[in-house]
Ligand binder design. Sequence first.
Ligand code: FE2
Ligand code: FE2
Length: 181
Amino acid sequence: MGKLYDNYVKSYALTESNAEEFFDIVKDIYSTPEFQSMGDYIQHADITRLQHIMSVAYLSYLKAKEKNKNYVSAARGAMLHDLFYYDWHTAGDGSHRLHGYRHPGFALKNARKLFSLSPLEENIIIRHMWPLTPTPPKYSESFIVSMSDKYCAFQEIIIKKFPSYRLKFKNSVKKAGASNG
Ligand SMILES: [Fe+2]
Ligand SMILES: [Fe+2]
């Protein structure tokens, strides 16, 4: 189904040996308890926010590298783009109704508490919901992360909605994991 899809599948089977450079870039973020807590939240279907973020970060890293852009900041900004500590599905009381607009700001605030960020990394986080939030990304890396985020969300929704697609996808992931040895 194409290179983008193959890389998306691979993002579910990443290890320090099949994605050595990627892990070198993001390891310090990945190993924080704050980042690991992203595994406690569901993004779409049975896919956790931790997995969602890893997919977005890996695809952004590959795309930025392919385009000779700053792939280190693309990967690191993407790792922090959805760093907020609540389940956005629990919108029953209305408190999370504006989640789509507000969470980039929450993520930026949380990320700043943990790491010192470059202006590029800050822009990646705060502009990733464009065009829902109207100010466009300032850098091509921010645009890459925003597009990777949309691609991953789209895949997650299809995986959730269509059982036959889900089955096929899970088999692809299994195969990708097996070929890692
Ligand atoms: Fe987001
Ligand atoms: Fe996201």
